[in-house]
Design a protein around this ligand. Sequence first.
Ligand code: R1P
Length: 330
Amino acid sequence: MGLHAMTNANFPVDAEGHTYHVGVKPGEVANRIITVGDPARAILIGSYLDGGNVIDATNFKKYLNYVSKDIVIKTSPRLFTTVTGRYKGVPVSIVAIGMGVPMMDFFVREVRAVVQGPLHIIRFGSCGSLGRARAGDMIVATDSMACSRNYNYFHNDEDKELSETEFAELMVKGEGPYTVSTTCPADAELTDALVAALHSHVPTGVEVHKGLDITADSFYSSQARQDPAFRDQNAHLFTYLTEAYPTAECLQMESFGLLHLAKSARPLASGSKSIRTAACAMVFAHRVQNTWVDPALVEVLQAKASFAILDAVIAVEIDAKELHPEEGSV
Ligand code: R1P
């Protein structure tokens, strides 16, 4: 799909109503959505939709703009990939967004603009573990908070490492090298459905943990990775986070953006909640133990978890009166 002329500089759409970045128009996205980072993961989940066995998910690039009678796959100029079809007869979309909260913001706002009625969105990502979950386990977010680089802290050019006490004191005052937000909850009903479905699908030996998610604005500095090329002042960040937030389990880069926008969304005209969300992730790395997941396990876990998340995203009812009259044809 090429770039088309846009109208309305305030919320750009093309003449057919496609949004500027995600590239979707009304009728192209279902009310129930799984969002992932990786387009290959989206195609894999798409291959489990009704009629989807024709998709060879091992070669995802072949399917970036694919249409069958059951499944439509669209890739936007900004590389959002949207797969839409049905799972057990229920319309579902899977949207790959890439990485980071700004991409989540494009996705949630542009999809909200083109879908009528409530949105149920589950994020399925990968993460680092800070707590009990081992590499290869799953973590479901009960709630999420943002941990962001405090740009103003780095305004002067001083290059002296803070002691652990100095770091903690500045953090508590909100004046440290990183800022942490208040927490946003995931939707309880969608989260319970997700936990139950994961328990019944994940391979033996994989544990499903629940806890606080921390969404960082960098894979590196605000996730306490030590990089000698930059002044990051993050040597004590892990100690601070694990002591100040004992329920923290998970470090990744998108879920807070999703949960925060769900909390910030105005109710629908019917009075219903506009956006209900849940989030889970496969643990690729244990950041304290410094261990990495076995790629062979990821392949099995990703497949099994995908079925669990598909079951969960269709589990919570949406009143048929709230759905777009044409949802049946999505
Ligand atoms: C970093 O490698 C990426 O992986 C995680 C992080 O949140 C970040 O986007 O999630 P995804 O696997 O969904 O991309």
